[in-house]
Design a protein around this ligand. Structure first.
Ligand code: NAD
Length: 428
């Protein structure tokens, strides 16, 4: 088979996988809405984003050539308030994935009780191969392309895979130029000097840590000495490994896009944190690596997928050894795998709950921008703790009371708010 055919097959496989993300999200939303007693009309409204914009952006590359990039912005449902969600820069971004990600954002905002609906954006690109100048021109081009549908009271972007506070700063600057006034509330995850919030960078990992602690309590597992595996060593994964290490747990495995490290005696987390690059890559410094697939099946007490989607599937769910799986990444476990893990008695804390710390502190950042008054890191952490503990307990109690898995319970809580708001507005 020629290289083009291989690439085409790979693209097709990626598309099918992403379509599954959307269809599996729709299946659980449908089940959640019917358990809550909402009509099929409500499902028709919520099964896809209200708006989906595709943009093509010509960008001057450093060698003088022009490259045209494709990007997306999806706004799932704005009945509760403006939509909110990250922008992903990744070669495998596609329309169906962005749609699913925007729906998960709606659910997350419902679960942690924020006055937002869900949005998400993405650009098909590989920032690891681009210069800072090229990344800046692409970030600014994206804001110009989507400017009509975004804004501090419409749709508020944030960082996601392979985007960071520098990219948020360029985007905020471009938006402020377009509108001709300073608009810090247009985007969250900004550097502190541009109106970022204390604690935002660590927020996703803080939220996951709170969920791990609460899940461990439910399972009667002592966190001190517990063996933890974290897949992904980027923003979410690296801070999580640090927090687990500080809590006295033994981080026995970590990974990045190029491979994984496992040591049953525990890894030197401080060294790894020191040596990781800005894309969350560290395993390339080691010879003795294993694959991401192998890592997921290694012995541990707590497994945290914190990289990309579709990692725990029907193929490997039977081989997962951890009694607790906490999803820091969006969509790492397929529906079939969720059933297999649940049937095996594994406590699975779903993404829409476990990774909601990021959007929660993004909300705090937006509130601080709107009022022009900034909080200390202690204040932010205290507020985050309250929100996440409450959210975990709400979902866990509902799952126990209705004998359903935590994913369905989380979807029920998340979907209820947008469905009720849509009903009050007279949309359904
Ligand atoms: P990041 O770009 O900082 O890090 C991504 C990590 O995943 C890197 O270590 C990278 O090497 C690894 N990776 C990339 N492709 C991979 C592959 N094919 N196999 C294995 N590893 C791979 O991203 P992040 O912000 O840490 O996000 C990670 C996950 O957490 C994503 O699913 C994201 O949607 C989710 N999430 C992030 C936030 C946030 O605030 N950053 C909030 C909620 C959810």
């Amino acid at each position: 088979m020629g290289a083009t055919a291989v690439k085409r097959n790979q693209q097709k496989a990626n598309q099918e996988e992403a379509t599954n993300l959307l269809t599996s999200t729709q299946i659980v939303i449908h089940e959640a809405l019917s358990k809550l007693g909402f009509s099929d009309e409500m499902y028709e409204l919520l099964k896809e984003p209200l708006r989906m914009l595709t943009v093509r952006m010509p960008v001057r590359m450093d060698d003088g050539s022009i490259k045209v990039f494709t990007g997306y912005r999806a706004q799932h449902n704005d009945a509760v308030g403006p939509t909110k969600g990250g922008v992903r820069f990744h070669p495998e971004v596609d329309e169906e994935e962005v749609k699913a990600l925007s729906m998960w954002m709606s659910l997350k905002c419902g679960i942690v009780n924020l006055p937002y609906g869900g949005g998400k954006g993405g650009i098909i690109c590989d920032p690891r191969t681009m210069s800072m100048g090229e990344l800046e021109r692409l970030s600014r081009a994206y804001v110009r392309a989507i400017s009509q549908i975004v804004g501090p009271t419409k749709d508020i972007p944030a960082p996601d895979v392979y985007t960071n506070s520098q990219i948020m700063a360029w985007m905020m600057d471009e938006y402020s130029h377009l509108r001709e006034y300073d608009s810090p509330g247009f985007i969250t995850g900004k550097p502190l000097v541009l109106g970022g919030s204390q604690g935002r960078e660590k927020a996703t990992a803080q939220g996951v840590t709170i969920c791990i602690r609460e899940a461990a309590k439910q399972k009667g597992l002592e966190l001190k000495g517990a063996r933890v595996i974290v897949q992904g060593f980027g923003n979410a994964g690296s801070f999580l490994a640090k927090f687990m290490h500080e809590a006295g747990a033994k981080v026995v495995g970590i990974s990045d896009a190029y491979g994984a490290l496992y040591d049953r005696k525990g890894l030197d987390i401080d060294y790894l944190l020191d040596r990781r690059d800005s894309f969350g890559t560290v395993t390339t410094l080691f010879e003795n690596t294993i694959t991401n697939e192998e890592l997921l099946e290694m012995e541990c007490d707590i497994l945290v997928p914190a990289a990309i989607s579709n990692q725990i599937t029907a193929h490997n769910a039977h081989a997962i050894k951890a009694p607790i799986v906490v999803e820091a990444a969006n969509g790492p476990t397929t529906l079939e795998a969720t059933k297999i893990l649940t049937d095996r008695g594994i406590l699975l804390v779903p993404d829409v709950l476990a990774s909601a710390g990021g959007v929660t502190v993004s909300y705090f950042e937006w509130v601080q921008n709107n009022q022009g008054y900034y909080w200390t890191e202690e204040e932010v952490n205290e507020k985050l703790e309250k929100v996440l503990v409450q959210a975990f307990n709400n979902v866990h109690q509902l799952s126990q009371a209705r004998s359903i898995d935590m994913r369905l319970a989380a979807y029920m809580i998340g979907a209820r708010r947008m469905a009720e708001a849509s009903k009050f507005r007279g949309w359904v």
